[in-house]
Write a protein that binds this ligand. Structure first.
Ligand SMILES: [Zn+2]
Length: 345
């Protein structure tokens, strides 16, 4: 039996040495030390031995078992070390396969850029829900009762009334400006804030119009704020966002919630001023109506128009993005077409 054990030990050592992979090692382990293993078989033969020989043989078999177990562990560690080594044939300069990942929508990117620009000038960011009511969408903003924008041809009216007021109809936000009144009613002046968001118009879509689009409004209200300061602010914001000087012109414009009102046009960057479908072939594009808040709007917000004045600008976010990238159809931004959107990563 002693010779048998020595032979088994020598064979076992050689097998462990020859192993090349982890599964092979498991196989050898089972062969030697498993339930049907050779060494286990030897242990089972012990009771057949003469009683005087049993202790010595038992010790020898257990020693052999310990020795083989240690060898198996050592070999396993060696194999692990080898597996983590770089194969000399592996070319680390070959580009890997990139997992597909998303990016921010170009309108979101523009919104964030504007947030940064306005924040750097001390503005707060205010968000309101997409649902509003006739009171905040029109009445507070000095829209006369018979104004055509209130018609269902322009505005999406919903069933139900705001906070149970039977006269205050709910609608999808037709413009952001109502949110400014909500903000002013709940904060103390002076104000400097922006309120970006989506607005809804019930209209036919074309290259410049969509049923839902993003706007970005900013409002300053203070006891003493001049029109000239507002103009400087717009210049700084546009140059920050576009990273260069952009041709800009201001002209008088009418909006119920401002007095006086203006319209800011940017030189069309899609065609460089020559004329294209985006700028209706005039070389300029309206990007920013605005003006001084109308006294009725300030009253609705709980302020005295003799004491306070201010400056509104309403930035057409979609149009600004069209200018940034030279995109000539606003509908592409809402098309969810990845071939289009992936260009802006
Ligand atoms: Zn153009």
């Amino acid at each position: 039996m002693k010779e048998k054990l020595e032979q088994l030990l020598a064979e076992g050592k050689a097998r462990i040495e020859a192993v090349r992979t982890e599964p092979e090692l498991q196989e050898v382990k089972a062969l030697l030390l498993g339930k049907q293993g050779t060494l286990t078989g030897l242990l089972k033969e012990l009771p057949k031995l003469d009683v005087s020989l049993r202790p010595e043989m038992g010790k020898a078999v257990n020693q052999a078992k310990a020795q083989l177990t240690e060898l198996l562990d050592t070999r396993r560690n060696e194999l692990k070390m080898k597996a983590s080594e770089v194969d000399p044939d592996f070319d680390i300069s070959v580009p890997g396969i990139l997992p597909p990942n998303g990016g921010l929508h170009p309108i979101t990117q523009m919104c964030y850029d504007l947030n940064d620009a306005f924040r750097s000038m001390g503005f707060e960011i205010f968000e309101e829900t997409d649902l509003t009511s006739e009171l905040y969408g029109f009445d507070n903003l000095n829209f006369p009762p018979n104004h055509p924008a209130r018609e269902s041809m322009d505005t999406y009216w919903l069933e139900g009334h705001d906070k149970g007021e039977c006269w205050d109809k709910l609608c999808r936000r037709p413009l952001l400006t109502g949110g400014s009144v909500r903000y002013m009613q709940t904060h103390k002046p002076p104000y400097r804030f922006v309120y970006p968001g989506k607005v809804y118009r019930n209209e036919t879509t074309d290259a410049r119009h969509e049923r839902a689009f993003f706007q970005y409004e900013a409002l300053i209200v203070d006891k003493d704020f001049t029109f000239a300061s507002g103009k400087v602010m717009i210049k700084s914001i546009l140059s920050k966002v576009f990273g260069r000087d952009v041709p800009v012109r201001m002209r008088a414009g009418f909006f119920p919630f401002v007095e006086p009102g203006f319209e800011i046009d940017m030189g069309c960057l899609v065609c460089g001023g020559k004329g294209c479908s985006v700028c209706k072939h005039v070389g300029w594009i309206e990007v920013m109506p605005g003006g001084t808040p109308h006294p009725n709007v300030l009253r609705a917000a709980g302020l005295d128009p003799d004491e306070y004045t201010g400056f509104y600008v309403n930035i057409g976010l979609d149009r600004l993005v069209m200018m940034r990238y030279g995109v000539d159809d606003v509908r592409l931004f809402h098309s969810a077409d990845l071939r289009f959107l992936e260009q802006f990563h």
